[in-house]
Ligand binder design. Structure first.
Ligand code: PLP
Length: 379
């Protein structure tokens, strides 16, 4: 094994995927209720996305961002339309953490000297680079890497009073997920998001929404913030945008985006034709299939079915980003391992809860099959 020791031993080696199905090296079939980690929103090997990548690979794979391409601007325009607030501009990156790095640098440039701090929430997850690690409100993850870059503070999740108290003239931005994904699938309350918008307006602070896990239909809206009737200043996304092809994006309202000048930020690969062609195909399929509506409908079916399963105490989430809180005494890791043995991919998002993030195109039969496997495992 020549890989660095950053993940626990991997229990299965997958070699093929199609739609909601995966096959391992021994030919065993699995139903995928996790989609990577909320990445393959259109399922594995979607034919339209696969064809777009193959065709682009034969046409033009890469030019540097010193030169133009036609695809990136097209994808940016579609994202801007789906965000649906004021006109914005997009920077393409290669991952969620990089999209957040861009947002945080943009907030600092916009804030100017002395206005640089970012307030985020305990329980949040924003990435693993040094800056996004510090934005991530999980102190245990910080410890081995101290000292981390300055300018980050954390407040209780959904605690508006604490957030307001944390804002002083050094704060440039508030950074929040609409649903804390890695933090256990914990949705924000509408009052919290609406209150944050009001406070940011009053105090001259940017509201950055991290839609890396929640964006692009997953929660039953194009973006999670759309559940709460607020308009962020900056939005980051990644995961589902390429359906597995690495691409991230940082969208910002045009006047905020204009704080960046040439030379302020850059990337070798971000927005390159190959990844952008995947994103263009993904967005076209997502719009044609109306994935937010499908996620709402499928999410209701999954939630209702799980509520009837012995061994599941509570179900929470939005759309197809769902956590099943297990009954007392059940260990989520043990249950997730047993589910994998039984042919269902889910993960333990906390010690007591499973996360389910199936394909946005999952069929009713596949939902029923997955829930039946889980029911049997919990029996
Ligand atoms: N932000 C959120 C909300 C995430 O869930 C994740 C990854 O799980 C990230 C950022 C980091 O994304 P990446 O792993 O692509 O850097």
């Amino acid at each position: 094994m020549t890989l660095m020791n950053t993940y626990p031993p991997q229990p299965v080696t997958f070699v093929r995927g199609l739609g909601s199905e995966l096959w391992d090296v021994d030919g065993k079939r699995y139903l995928d209720f996790l989609c990577g980690l909320a990445v393959t929103g259109l399922g594995h090997s979607h034919p339209v996305v696969a064809e777009a990548i193959a065709e682009q690979a034969r046409t033009l794979q890469h030019v540097s961002n010193l030169y133009g391409t036609t695809i990136g601007p097209e994808v940016a325009a579609t994202l801007d339309r789906l965000v649906g607030t004021e006109p914005g501009k997009v920077f393409f990156a290669n991952s969620g953490a990089e999209a957040n790095e861009c947002a945080i640098k943009l907030a600092r440039k916009w804030g100017g000297r002395g206005k640089y701090a970012v307030v985020s929430a305990f329980g949040s997850f924003h990435g693993r680079t040094l800056v996004t690690l510090h934005a991530t409100g999980q102190p245990a993850k910080h410890e081995p890497f101290q000292p981390l870059p300055e300018g980050f503070r954390h407040v209780g999740w959904n605690d508006l009073d604490e957030l307001e108290r944390a804002i002083d003239p050094t704060v440039a931005a508030v950074l929040l997920e609409p649903v804390q994904g890695e933090g256990g699938v914990q949705p924000a309350t509408p009052e919290f998001f609406q209150g944050v918008r009001r406070i940011c307006d009053e105090r001259g602070v940017l509201f950055i929404v991290d839609e890396v896990q929640t964006g692009l239909g997953r929660t039953g809206e194009w973006f999670g913030f759309q559940h709460f009737g607020v308009a962020p200043d900056v939005i980051t996304m990644a995961k589902a945008l390429g359906n597995g092809m690495p691409i991230g994006a940082c969208w910002a309202r045009a006047d905020v985006a204009d704080a960046f000048e040439p030379g302020d930020h850059a990337t070798t690969f971000g927005g390159q034709p190959l990844a952008a062609s995947a994103a263009r195909a993904v967005l076209a399929v997502m719009e044609a299939e109306d994935v937010p509506a499908r996620a709402r409908k499928a999410g209701e079916r999954v939630t209702q079915a799980l509520e009837d399963v012995d061994g599941i105490a509570a179900v929470r989430g939005l759309g197809l980003l769902i956590a099943a809180e297990l009954a007392d005494g059940l260990d989520a890791k043990v249950v997730a391992t047993a589910a994998l043995d039984a042919g269902l991919v889910v993960n333990a998002v906390t010690p007591t809860a499973l996360r389910l993030a199936p394909s946005l195109l999952i069929s009713e039969d596949e939902i029923d099959e997955g829930v039946a496997i889980l029911r049997k495992v919990l029996e």
